[in-house]
Design a protein around this ligand. Sequence first.
Ligand SMILES: Nc1ncnc2c1ncn2[C@@H]1O[C@H](COP(=O)(O)OP(=O)(O)OP(=O)(O)O)[C@@H](O)[C@H]1O
Length: 214
Amino acid sequence: MSLASRGEKTPLLAIQRLQIRQGTHFWEHNLQLHAGEVAVIKGPSGCGKTTLLEALAGFVPIESGCLVIAGDSVENWPAEKRPVSLLFQQQNFFEHLDITTNLKLGFPNASPSTHQWQQVLNACQLLGVAAFLERKPSELSGGQKQRLALIRTVLRPQPLVLLDEPFSALDDHHRQLAGDWLREEIKASQRAALLVSHRPEDAERLADQLLLLE
Ligand SMILES: Nc1ncnc2c1ncn2[C@@H]1O[C@H](COP(=O)(O)OP(=O)(O)OP(=O)(O)O)[C@@H](O)[C@H]1O
């Protein structure tokens, strides 16, 4: 009997006995995340947090196990087909393009709809980066770039958002602002987010679930 026919909610992300190998390291992960939820991944340096996000996004091979995202079994899908939006620790802006163009590149054909672009502008206003849209990435601080990269990643129309230390360059004020915005956005759009953070307050404020790696 299916989950739906038993009256249970189908998870947006289902990870079951997902096995990943990287050099001499080996991990097996299990997790279920529902629409509107945020999970925070914690653990010491080198424990495999980035590797897990990269495996979900299709950049690190999965050895065995099940990975279902928004109803599709995607273990064998190439990275470009996976329904995920990933923010790497290095924010990956094109240095020769201005911020507006960089933000638009997050959307299919680099053409966000009027509504999508308005959401981007609203978020830029809220997170204090609206004044920088015409600048080149090299003309911004690390924290300004990180907020813009977060906006681009979260507002891409993908059901699963993966964020690798998305607040690491932010001061306490902007960390809280960005965290609250992320939480609201994921809830309102009924998507799900998995984020890596070393800071206990991020887990306390944002996590519906905590995934502790060792
Ligand atoms: N391509 C690779 N080949 C072999 N080993 C790798 C490879 N990439 C990462 N590793 C190893 O896998 C382990 C997990 O790395 P990963 O980057 O996932 O850790 P992390 O938990 O994200 O660490 P940090 O908090 O420092 O960013 C590390 O010991 C790392 O050296």
